[in-house]
Design a protein around this ligand. Sequence first.
Ligand SMILES: [Zn+2]
Length: 190
Amino acid sequence: MKNIESSQVVSSESCSCCGRSNKDSITYKGMKNCPQCGRKGRKVKRLTLESLLLPDRVSAIVGDSWRFCPNRDCKVVYYSEDLDKHFDVRHLRVRVHQKSPEDMEVPVCYCFDHSPKSIADEIRETGKSTVINQIKSSMKNPGCHCEDANPQGGCCLGNVTAVVKQIGCEETRQAIDETGYKVENNEYER
Ligand SMILES: [Zn+2]
């Protein structure tokens, strides 16, 4: 069953000339939830799909209203809000962190190429993680390009924070709590 979120905007005022209520004005807000799993996705730009889909899929991108499904148990990566169209993990040039969070080799920072493995290696070798500060300083110079590199189409810092927290020691976890990043519903937000 499709999970189409639509809203009926019905004016309570009736027409001044005929007295009929204005029930014809129906607007559709679009499909915010994944057609496969029903979870709410985050908006992504068409540019993100154009950059990350396999070349033979790019021509299948239609319209500008796309969302990213972050649910690890769902294979759909992108779906269109207003058209019956979606792309799954097989259609991307890169593997998606949110879909394979247990795979240590799948990048979590796509701009500067950090993975759970590289983060775990540093923690094992030095007892701490400097990845968040590394990313923050790299964001200024040379600058990040999440929109065309990260499948979620946005900043990875929340995801990286979650990874560090998960594999880090107690000391690391405390330092991260102070940064104020939090994880909500598999969506990483500051
Ligand atoms: Zn989904």
